[in-house]
Design a protein around this ligand. Structure first.
Ligand SMILES: Nc1ncnc2c1ncn2[C@@H]1O[C@H](COP(=O)(O)OP(=O)(O)OP(=O)(O)O)[C@@H](O)[C@H]1O
Ligand SMILES: [Mg+2]
Length: 232
C-alpha cells in the first residue's frame, strides 16, 4: 500500500541546512492502522507531509499503490491526492461559513459529483461518525471533538486508499481524545481503511496495532504486525 525507501529530507534556509529525516525505510500494508510516534521536533509532521505529497523529499521515494508520488508533476499529484489520500489536521481546518454537511461534501464538489449523491454520502458518513443530528449546524456550534469528527468524515468521503492524521487529538481533552481514537480504530476495522496517525503520546500510539518511532529524524523502532499479534 505505502512504501518509503531511503527517504531523507533537509530543509534549506539560505545557507543553513537542517537535516530532518535520515534514510527512512518502511512499508505499511492495506488495512493497517499505524502510529508515527516521536517527541517534538523528531520529524513526524515532515514525514507525514512527504507521504501525503504535500512536499517533495530531498532524497528517496514514496510509493503509494505502486506509484512514486515524488515523481509526479503538480497536476498528476493533485489528482492523485484528491482520489487516494485523506488528511486529518490537528486544528480540524473546517470552513466556518459552510454547514457540517457542506464541509464533508466539499472534496466531492472538486470531483464534480452531483449534489444529491454528495449529500447522500455525506449524511451516511456523518451518521457513522456520530453526528447525525448536527448536519445542518456550523462548525462554531460544535465542540472540538465534534469538529474533529466532521473533519474525519470529510477525509473519508472520497474513499481514499490511505488516511493521514497529524496529531488529530492534539487540541482535545483526554476523554474526547479516547473517543476520537476509538472512532479511528473502529473505522479502520469496519472499512479496512489504512490509517497513519502522528502523535507524541505513547498512550495514543499504544491504541494502534503498530508503532513507527522517530528520534531526531531517525527511524528507531517499528513494531511489526503478525496476524493480529504485535511484536517489537
Ligand atoms: N520549513 C522548515 N524550515 C526549516 N526547518 C524546519 C521546517 N519545518 C520543520 N523544520 C524543522 O524540522 C524539524 C522537525 O519538524 P517537524 O515539524 O517534522 O517535527 P514534529 O515531530 O512534527 O514536531 P511536533 O511534535 O512539535 O509537531 C524541527 O527541528 C523543525 O524545526
Ligand atoms: Mg508535528
Amino acid at each position: 500500500m505505502l512504501r518509503v525507501e531511503h527517504l531523507s529530507h533537509v530543509f534549506r534556509n539560505g545557507s543553513e541546512d537542517t537535516p530532518v529525516l535520515r534514510d527512512i525505510n518502511f512499508t505499511i500494508h492495506k488495512g493497517e492502522i499505524v502510529a508515527l510516534l516521536g517527541s517534538s521536533g523528531s520529524g513526524k509532521s515532515t514525514l507525514l507531509n512527504l507521504m501525503a505529497g504535500l512536499m517533495k523529499p530531498t532524497e528517496g521515494t514514496i510509493l503509494i499503490a505502486g506509484q512514486a508520488i515524488e515523481k509526479m508533476n503538480e497536476n498528476k499529484l493533485a489528482e492523485f491526492r484528491r482520489t487516494n489520500i485523506g488528511f486529518i489536521f490537528q486544528a480540524y481546518e473546517l470552513i466556518s461559513h459552510m454547514t457540517v454537511r457542506e464541509n464533508v461534501e466539499l472534496p466531492l464538489v472538486f470531483q464534480g459529483v452531483k449534489p444529491n449523491s454528495r449529500k447522500e454520502r455525506a449524511l451516511s458518513l456523518l451518521e457513522k461518525v456520530g453526528l447525525k443530528d448536527k448536519t445542518e449546524m456550523f462548525p462554531s456550534q460544535l465542540s472540538g471533538g465534534q469538529q474533529q469528527r466532521v473533519s474525519i468524515a470529510r477525509s473519508l468521503i472520497t474513499m481514499p486508499s490511505i488516511v493521514f492524521a497529524d496529531e488529530p487529538t492534539g487540541n482535545l481533552d483526554t476523554k474526547t481524545e479516547n473517543e476520537i481514537i476509538d472512532l479511528l480504530v473502529e473505522l479502520n476495522q469496519s472499512l479496512q481503511l489504512t490509517f497513519v496517525i502522528v502523535t507524541h503520546e505513547k498512550e495514543v500510539a499504544d491504541r494502534t496495532k503498530r508503532i513507527i518511532q522517530l528520534r531526531d529524524g531517525y527511524l528507531i523502532d517499528q513494531s511489526v504486525e503478525t496476524g493480529g499479534q504485535v511484536t517489537s
